[in-house]
Design a protein around this ligand. Structure first.
Ligand code: HEC
Length: 174
């Protein structure tokens, strides 16, 4: 059960990585940390996910993997909304890129059984599906940004907000 779920996550993650690199967000796991301009600012950039201690070892104290990802998601969301409102699409990819990096830690924490949902913890498979669908929607936003299509990016921002609230209704508070 857990094994097949892990396999599913890994498969979906690889698909995500492909989609993201196709959408121009290919730098998720930079190999040249020293020259990556984001490496110094990213607290996770130097964390070795295979270095033992589990995925959560690379998180700030008292913050679980999903909370960490969500805080970045919240920042990204605000940047996205402001950016589409001002027709400043260029600011969007970097904000999404940070969420993607945090998401790798979430996926690993789930695979390791280190994360429990606050509501409906027995429905982890459904959470993973909603999370994947949400990240596909982020990729669609990146594609609209890539095509410099403000109308599509603006509509997609509304789709994303529904994604936040749908998932919170189901999984956030009891
Ligand atoms: C697939 C499900 C899912 C999606 C999509 C999602 N969230 Fe969350 N979010 C959660 C869960 C679950 C928590 C609670 C995490 C915990 O406390 O373990 C949470 C918590 C949060 C928190 C509180 C983090 C903290 O500091 O404790 C914020 C802020 C947040 N989400 C913002 C957003 C925003 C903004 C979006 C959309 C742009 C979004 N989320 C999309 C599931 C989701």
């Amino acid at each position: 059960m857990l094994k097949s779920r892990a396999a599913k996550i890994i498969l979906l993650l690889s698909m995500m990585a492909l989609a993201l690199s196709a959408a121009g967000c290919g730098g998720g796991k930079s190999k040249s940390k020293g020259t990556d301009p984001h490496a110094a600012a990213d607290p996770h950039a130097t964390a070795d996910p295979h270095g033992g201690g589990g995925a959560t070892a690379s998180l700030p104290p008292g913050v679980n993997a999903v909370q960490n990802e969500m805080r970045l998601m919240n920042e990204a969301w605000q940047i996205i909304l402001t950016s589409v409102s001002n027709n400043n699409l260029a600011a969007i990819p970097e904000a999404i890129h940070k969420v993607h990096t945090a998401r790798n830690i979430t996926v690993e924490a789930i695979n390791n059984g280190e994360y429990t949902l606050p509501k409906n913890p027995d429905k982890m498979d459904e959470f993973i599906q909603m999370d994947n669908a949400f990240h596909d929607d982020l990729v669609r936003l990146l594609q609209a940004v890539d095509a410099n299509d403000l109308q599509a990016a603006t509509k997609q921002t509304g789709v994303l907000l529904n994604g936040c609230t749908n998932c919170h209704t189901k999984f956030r508070f009891k």
